[in-house]
Design a protein around this ligand. Structure first.
Ligand SMILES: [Zn+2]
Ligand SMILES: [Zn+2]
Length: 353
């Protein structure tokens, strides 16, 4: 079958690999109807994990909507023909971490993540014609037919992450909010924030077309590539800092921006995926200004997929609007490059096998 494979930095290609087959009773074989590229895939694309990757072998992709082709003997919740999505991280549902809701830290799978090769459990990926889901009962979800493929794809990662960001920030009526990062997850986070009765909302990013999407929702959008962005942002909250800051990027600089923008006693919810092994954080500043700091790089999305599905079914959020491009799987190299360069007003890429 056809599948996207990592060959090196900025070199992810569609190639032919052996068809996947069920090898364990807890597995499900799925035909991929659609998949997408996530901002976190760009860490892989730009070579952040290059030294650890099996080049020419590791598959990519962790966002899925598909159809069950076959099930292992112990799978009880799914049957052939079911339309499904799954969490980006593979969790067993039985270990201590799964039971306490820390599904991204599953002790059985050792924190395995789809589409990131050997460093993350050597699982297969969704950028393929078909794939196998181990421990399927634990982190796969039925998707009703009225949910579009685009919306369903966001259940794997982006939408539950946006829900988690809002829960961690715990925005109260009238509070001022700064949101750093207007990628797909940032924009979904903003959609949910705007429904929580905030006061002033300011978003920050460097990509003009993404800032415009946010501005069209009625918020103040500030380009951080322009000098003076910080004063401009702080002027929106009387210079004292924001009650809540949500970070949806994942760089040391954007974490520092969060610290620069939060008021004493405020909350920073950082859900961006940090690929750097270390970064400077002034803990004295966190301590002396009574900052509540939530870091949530490996989001436990499985416990929030049900909530995400309810939001889609009830029309609370419409993430289809963020799919700017559709590519064939055979052309995935171009999809990665366009997304990476943020060319052609790219926001989110849908991939059809
Ligand atoms: Zn993702
Ligand atoms: Zn587990």
């Amino acid at each position: 079958m056809k599948a996207a494979v990592y060959f090196g930095s900025q070199d992810i290609r569609c190639t032919n690999i052996p068809d996947p087959v069920i090898r364990a009773d807890h597995e499900v074989l799925v035909k991929v109807h659609a998949t997408s590229i996530c901002g976190s895939d760009l860490h892989l694309y730009r070579g952040a994990l290059d030294a650890m990757m099996e080049k020419g072998k590791s598959q990519t992709g962790h966002e899925l909507v598909g159809e069950v082709l076959d099930v292992g003997k112990s799978v009880s919740r799914f049957k052939k023909g079911d339309r499904i999505s799954m969490a980006y991280s593979c969790s067993c549902g039985d270990c201590y971490m799964c039971e306490v809701g820390q599904t991204a830290h599953c002790e059985t799978t050792q924190k395995a993540v789809y589409g990131f090769g050997v460093p993350f459990g050597n699982l297969n990926g969704t950028h393929a014609e078909a794939m196998v889901i181990p421990h399927a009962d634990a982190h796969t979800i039925h998707v009703p037919k009225q949910i579009s493929d685009g919306a369903a794809l966001t259940l794997s990662c982006n939408l539950p992450s946006a829900i988690i960001a809002n829960k961690l920030a715990d925005i109260q009526l009238g509070e001022s909010v700064a949101l750093i990062g207007c990628g797909p997850t940032g924009l979904m986070t903003l959609d949910l924030t705007l429904q929580r009765g905030p006061g002033r909302v300011v978003v920050l990013d460097k990509v003009p077309h993404r800032l415009q999407v946010a501005r069209d929702k009625g918020v103040v959008a500030i380009d951080t590539s322009n000098a003076g962005w910080k004063d401009k942002a702080l002027a929106e909250c009387g210079g004292r800092g924001f009650d809540k800051v949500i970070e949806v990027v994942g760089y040391p600089e954007t974490l520092q921006m969060s610290m620069d923008l939060v008021r004493p006693g405020g909350t920073v919810a950082a859900i961006g995926v940090f690929a750097d092994s270390s970064f400077n954080l002034n803990l004295a500043d966190v301590f002396l200004r009574d900052i509540t700091l939530h870091m949530n790089g490996f989001a436990n999305v499985q416990p929030y997929m049900w909530e995400g599905l309810r939001l889609l079914e009830r029309g609370v959020i419409k993430p289809e609007q963020y799919f700017s491009h559709t590519y064939a799987l055979a052309d995935i190299g171009n999809a990665y490059d366009t997304f990476h360069q943020k060319r052609d007003n790219a926001i989110k890429m849908l991939i059809r096998p």
